[in-house]
Design a binder for this molecule. Structure first.
Ligand code: HEC
Ligand code: HEC
Ligand code: HEC
Ligand code: HEC
Ligand code: HEC
Length: 370
């Protein structure tokens, strides 16, 4: 009897949800963990209302005075009203991308236009389209298949190899046909390792409260601003002793530049420890600076790459140091970054912002000299 009551209660919970709106709040009812992660992500916070950096750049953009918010295409793709623009990128923005069209200026997402059929990816179900169904047994018990709120299409290949990320992430040219940022599509080709497997790794917790699973795809989208630690394992530091000093190698396993946005600055900092004496060795900086006439500029003015020391896709960068090491010495090696180049912070009036002035450690390691 207890079981039957439980089942009945469960099915009435399911049916109570059938008529909710197509917004994030309604997804939360059956996907609470995923929704919570998503709310902390830069996808959710991609609008001028929630991303201070985006707002600061937009405030300087010539399009602002004309009220021509061209950034919407990627930063607030589904917003038809001012209010919706507060939502940034939504669950539906991604889960209705059918395919991506290639263009020189920027790629374009082709959306299905469906409000209640979402693309999904699950190993072993690649050929399934799940239409919600209930069956009633002779004693009145209801069994449900799929989701009471939406249908699911598991057949879209772009949700398995990462191509669905490339409508927004591939590249962006400015009016001078200069590409201000780009992410190689090498990372959106194979099923084993791609944008999704690295940035949305499987983490503990159920994907839905309706059908319990051990794990789900992480929806906080680990990156420079959210949970960078989750990506640290794709960056390796190594040490080699030489005759007149030593070498540190930084190996980037990502199939794109270690940082892709031109505002970022990466630094390698090394402390040489002998007994209780700490000596800071020369800091190495890795950047890709864009600009005009040999000087850095805002992205809409840029026509050239002014400086490019960025660690490239799958590169192992070896950096020589001439400090003499002795047995018993230690090296503390730290690889980290600034989200916004400290030289640009003041221009953007962000120099008093705690989060943005902080140096974030991506990876650190000790090496003992023997
Ligand atoms: C073609 C899609 C696209 C368009 C159009 C676009 N962006 Fe972006 N933008 C992105 C993506 C993708 C990222 C994250 C990529 C990265 O970090 O490399 C991003 C990141 C940013 C960032 C960095 C934010 C941070 O987290 O620090 C700024 C600033 C920014 N965009 C400003 C703008 C402005 C201003 C416009 C409009 C004038 C614009 N973008 C238009 C795709 C786009
Ligand atoms: C009434 C509960 C309910 C609501 C509300 C709901 N879902 Fe679901 N959703 C489910 C269930 C149950 C499944 C799993 C179905 C299965 O495994 O057969 C699911 C699966 C999914 C999947 C596919 C998962 C995969 O394996 O790839 C996506 C994508 C999805 N939901 C997105 C959404 C979005 C976006 C919203 C809000 C607009 C939403 N859901 C609202 C119950 C719900
Ligand atoms: C092998 C794992 C791996 C794959 C595959 C991968 N990335 Fe990354 N990604 C990284 C690492 C490592 C970083 C740097 C650490 C960080 O930003 O926290 C990074 C950083 C990023 C950032 C933030 C960079 C910035 O400057 O703000 C974006 C955006 C990004 N990746 C998008 C993508 C996209 C889109 C794809 C697919 C084309 C992809 N990544 C494929 C590992 C990966
Ligand atoms: C930036 C694009 C993007 C956004 C935004 C996004 N998703 Fe997803 N989601 C994906 C991709 C890609 C997958 C497939 C990952 C996998 O299973 O490997 C996925 C998988 C899922 C799954 C299945 C997870 C699993 O591990 O079985 C559910 C459920 C889901 N999404 C719901 C949502 C909900 C709810 C939101 C909003 C709160 C949302 N998604 C926002 C891209 C996105
Ligand atoms: C509708 C456009 C769009 C799609 C689709 C999209 N992104 Fe993004 N993504 C953005 C924008 C815009 C930003 C920058 C937001 C900001 O910082 O203001 C961003 C930021 C990121 C970041 C950086 C987060 C950080 O902490 O720095 C990562 C990582 C990322 N996206 C991964 C992905 C992956 C993986 C996919 C595919 C599953 C994907 N994105 C699909 C537009 C998109």
């Amino acid at each position: 009897m207890k079981t039957l009551l439980y089942i009945l209660a469960l099915s009435s919970v399911l049916f109570a949800n059938v008529h909710v709106d197509a917004d994030t709040a309604s997804c939360k009812k059956c996907h609470p963990t995923i929704t919570k992660e998503f709310e902390s992500s830069m996808h959710k916070k991609s609008s001028i209302y929630d991303d201070k950096v985006h707002k600061a750049i937009w405030d300087k953009h010539p399009g602002k005075t004309k009220g021509d918010y061209k950034c919407a295409k990627c930063h607030t793709p589904n917003a038809k009203t001012q209010e919706e623009a507060h939502d940034g990128i939504t669950c539906i923005s991604c889960h209705t991308i059918t395919s991506v069209e290639q263009h020189a200026k920027a790629n374009k997402n082709i959306y299905s236009g469906e409000k209640k059929t979402f693309y999904g990816a699950e190993k072993g179900r690649e050929t399934e389209k799940v239409v919600y169904k209930t069956t009633t047994s002779w004693w009145g018990n209801k069994t449900t298949i799929g989701s009471a709120y939406h249908d699911i299409d598991y057949t879209n290949k772009n949700f398995y190899d990462g191509k669905m990320c490339m409508g927004c992430h591939s590249h962006k040219q400015n009016a001078h046909k200069f590409s201000v940022c780009s992410t190689q599509d090498e990372g959106a080709k194979n099923l084993k390792q791609n944008c999704i497997t690295c940035h949305m790794p499987k983490v503990d917790g159920t994907a839905t409260t309706v059908r319990l699973s051990k794990q789900h795809a992480y929806h906080g989208f680990a990156g420079a601003r959210v949970e960078p630690k989750m990506l640290a394992k794709y960056v390796n530091l190594s040490f080699k002793k030489g005759s007149s000093g030593f070498e540190i190698a930084v190996e980037n396993e990502a199939p794109h530049n270690l940082m892709t946005h031109p505002l970022r600055v990466i630094q390698l900092r090394i402390t040489h420890i002998r007994g209780n004496k700490y000596t800071n060795l020369k800091t190495h900086t890795f950047v890709k600076v864009i600009g005009k006439d040999g000087k850095p500029s805002m992205p809409w003015v840029a026509t050239e790459v002014v400086k490019d020391t960025m660690i490239k896709a799958n590169e192992k960068r070896v950096i020589p140091y001439d400090a003499k090491l002795e047995s018993g010495d230690k090296l503390e090696v730290v690889l980290g970054y600034y989200v916004v180049n400290p030289k640009v912070l003041k221009k953007l009036n962000l120099h008093n912002d705690k989060e943005l002035t902080k140096f974030t450690i991506l990876k650190s390691q000790y090496f003992n000299i023997d």
